[in-house]
Design a protein around this ligand. Structure first.
Ligand code: 5GP
Length: 113
């Protein structure tokens, strides 16, 4: 069975979140520690620890997450934004339930730290 994470608890409703979108495949909510005026996380309902564990059968789901991210960013009124998927601890991943960050509302530098 998949390990419990803070995001699986959010999905079950055990931890509250500021929800912005939900469907049968994913949930989107505001990051509790926003790094920009808009910082939203899109997570699959299905428990996948990181992009590393995603499989060919998840192809449609992965596309869905990105399209949902784009729809949300547009609804938030962003004319530019960054989508980030941290994979692995040294890349900054702290929650091991796949998630797409939507970060926007300020200028973003490149390369990221
Ligand atoms: P990661 O560092 O794994 O790419 O991103 C995890 C994100 O989840 C972080 O930006 C962190 O602030 C956010 N986060 C961690 N715990 C919670 C929580 O309980 N609620 C919400 N809304 N976000 C959380």
């Amino acid at each position: 069975m998949a390990e419990e994470t803070v995001f699986s608890k959010i999905l079950k409703g055990d931890i509250p979140c500021e929800e912005v979108y939900r469907d049968n495949e994913c949930l989107a909510f505001r990051d509790v520690q926003p790094q920009a005026p808009v910082h939203i996380l899109v997570i699959p309902q299905k428990s996948i620890p990181s992009l590393r564990e995603a499989e060919t059968k998840d192809k449609k789901l992965l596309g869905h997450l990105l399209l949902v991210a784009s729809t949300i960013a547009n609804k938030e009124g962003l004319d530019s934004w960054r989508t980030v998927i941290n994979t692995g601890a040294s890349a900054g991943q702290t929650v091991f339930h796949l998630h797409v960050h939507i970060i926007g509302g300020r200028s973003l530098s490149w390369p990221p730290g």
